[in-house]
Write a protein that binds this ligand. Sequence first.
Ligand code: TQI
Ligand code: ZN
Ligand code: ZN
Length: 168
Amino acid sequence: RYTYFGGKPKWNRDTLTYAFSETHKLDYLTSDDVKTVFRRAFGRWASVIPVSFKEVDDHTTANLKIGFFAGDHGDGQPFDGVLGTLAHAFSPKNGRVHFDAAETWVVNDDFGSKVAVDLESVATHEIGHLLGLGHSSRESAVMYPTLPPRTKKVDLTVDDVAGILRLY
Ligand code: TQI
Ligand code: ZN
Ligand code: ZN
């Protein structure tokens, strides 16, 4: 079953803007690939709640700030290299979401490498956190806290939808 963060923080607006920080460019994905993945991931949540997501250029004023970082990147939650922690998101009203640049992120089910991680699956999960969902106890849910290796899990389940709909 779905959970929320303590105090049930949420966004009180019907359009949320998002932007990418230019901190760390992955040399094996184009920024178009990355943007397409996030557009799809945001679209899944937008299709169930009355909130829309709009990409903007200026990450200083965007509600949601997306970036790739390696190792210690100044927020007290250093990344740990290949696998382990993949990404972290801060709860609503903060809006930052960071992806570990040390992962081998894949965008087209291209699980050629043993350590490949599906970017869209992790993005969909992290957006759930950005919107206010904690972890779910239902194994099939996007908000379940583990993802088997080389798996794509992007479809919201009844549990994810029920959780987000009760919040928005
Ligand atoms: N990162 C954790 C996560 O996003 C960070 C975290 C741990 C967390 N406990 C939390 C965030 C409590 C909010 C609330 O869950 S992770 C997965 C999954 C991670 C894990 O890198 O371990 C996904 C990120 F589900 F696959 F295990 C994304 Cl999809
Ligand atoms: Zn971080
Ligand atoms: Zn999580």
